[in-house]
Design a protein around this ligand. Structure first.
Ligand code: AMP
Length: 440
């Protein structure tokens, strides 16, 4: 195991907080601030068309970036400029516990060892003791932090102690549900209980049949779980524990009503675990609604923005920013580019306009079906498209390796959105680049 991977900031949260600090004193007037003018892309140059083509909020008379955008004043723009500090060596995480320290069944411990896990990751180190004590837990952790085992290990121990206990796991996608079940199968080998996957896009009949055997763990997507409940195949009154995994993604994918429906059918005095990569007002609201005095554990990793070279691209009045972008994307260094737009409509239009210029682009936004979003994402990951145009919401939680550049074609709404956007690049030890278009 690469223990060095599991670095963290000791439970303090906030890429946002620390990145603000790191940017203090940076200036947009530095020599790195680029200013594109029509002569920079003379071949492609065209007069501006009012600056409204792809940024509906950027219309005349509304000021730079439109109403409600972050980056309208020079002080705010200064926050978009920062030289990356590339830390090739990340601090090594030293866990407080060993798996052998946890008060869990020895047969489960043997399975953990058999899986090759030597030491707990930060989220496991911090969450497992609380879950073992039956506390509600909020885990702020991304995929790749070991969060799955952080809830599976103590919950397996729980069902071994309480024979009639059953666990429901809700996850946003079929892929994640399948992955959780696989991990469960490894830990649960020979322990005498079973789990099943209940996801949409698959035949419901075998799922109904599997539920007749009263599996101890049911892992599913909210839509299909609700469907199974309505068909009376799944009765949640016998489930005392629920895990909401990647709750922010479930919210983004429009599962909120199904989640509420499902939780309303569970016992009020249940044990609830809630995992999310991001924290927002909506997520805070859900935590307040669904959990009882939870312990909050944050292992959100390092200040991602430190690894990202940030700069602004000034687009003078009278210059069409689409042309600036199209010209920029000709550069070979822009090998895997995530472009952010403010609206679903603008994002779709921009990706089509780029495609017409023979720049391989795809889009992801809330008006696309889940399947279409996944296909776009896969094409981007594979490298068959070099540009992915996205809205903030659609891009949340995406784990795409080696994004070379993040381009803020439209300004973000808030500084926090900005930090989320640029966090898509400069992952791990890679240095990333973020460019923010400033018009006018
Ligand atoms: P997750 O964040 O749960 O998707 O886990 C990411 C990957 O890390 C998975 O492949 C896990 O099998 C692996 N993993 C989780 N916990 C540990 C651990 N304590 N030691 C080694 N690998 C782990």
């Amino acid at each position: 195991m690469q223990i060095g991977r599991w670095n963290h900031q000791g439970g303090t949260s906030g890429a946002n907080k620390s990145s603000r600090g790191s940017r203090e004193g940076s200036t947009h007037r530095g020599s790195r601030s680029r200013s594109f003018s029509p002569s920079d892309f003379a071949a492609a140059g065209r007069p501006a068309r009012g600056g409204r083509n792809f940024g509906p909020r950027g219309g005349r008379g509304r000021g730079r970036g439109g109403v409600g955008a972050f980056g309208q004043t020079e002080a705010e723009i200064a926050k978009f400029v920062n030289r990356a500090v590339v830390t090739t060596e990340e601090p090594v995480f030293v866990p407080e516990h060993k798996f052998t320290d946890f008060d869990i069944n020895p047969r489960l411990k043997a399975n953990i060892v058999a899986k090759g896990y030597e030491l707990p990751t930060p989220i496991q180190d911090k969450a497992i003791p609380h879950v073992l004590h039956g506390q509600d837990v909020v885990g702020l952790a991304e995929t790749g932090t070991g969060k799955t085992a952080a809830f599976l290990i103590p919950l397996i121990d729980k069902v071994m102690k309480q024979k009639d206990e059953r666990v429901l796991v809700m996850a946003p996608t079929r892929e994640l549900a399948v992955q959780i079940e696989k991990e469960l199968a490894g830990f649960a080998k020979g322990l005498g209980f079973s789990g099943m996957v209940a996801v949409g896009g698959a035949n419901i009949t075998p799922q109904i049949a599997a539920l007749r055997h009263n599996p101890t763990f049911v892992i599913g997507t909210p839509g299909r779980l609700k469907d199974l409940m309505e068909r009376k195949a799944l009765n949640l009154s016998t489930f005392g524990t629920v895990v909401l995994d990647e709750a922010d993604r479930m919210l983004d994918m429009g599962f909120i009503d199904d989640m509420r429906f499902i939780l309303a059918k569970m016992r009020k005095e249940r044990h609830t675990l809630f995992f999310s990569a991001t924290m927002s007002r909506e997520i805070e609201g859900l935590i307040g609604d669904f959990l009882e005095s939870p312990t909050v554990i944050s292992v959100r990793t390092r200040d991602t923005s430190k690894n990202v070279d940030q700069d602004v691209v000034r687009v003078p009045r009278g210059t069409d920013k689409f042309e600036v972008l199209a010209e920029m994307l000709q550069d070979r260094d822009f090998s895997r580019v995530l472009v952010f737009g403010r609206t679903k409509y603008g994002v779709e239009k921009l990706s089509k306009a780029l495609s017409r210029r023979h720049i391989h682009a795809e889009s992801i936004h809330g008006d696309k079906t889940h399947g279409a979003r996944l296909r776009a994402l896969e094409a981007f990951k594979r490298g068959s498209v070099t540009v992915l145009v996205a809205t903030d919401v659609a891009a949340r939680g995406l784990d795409i390796p080696e994004v070379s550049h993040v381009v803020n074609y439209d300004l973000p709404s808030t500084y926090e959105d900005y930090v989320h956007r640029i966090g898509r690049t400069g992952r791990g030890i890679h240095k990333g680049k973020a460019l923010t278009f400033i018009e006018g």
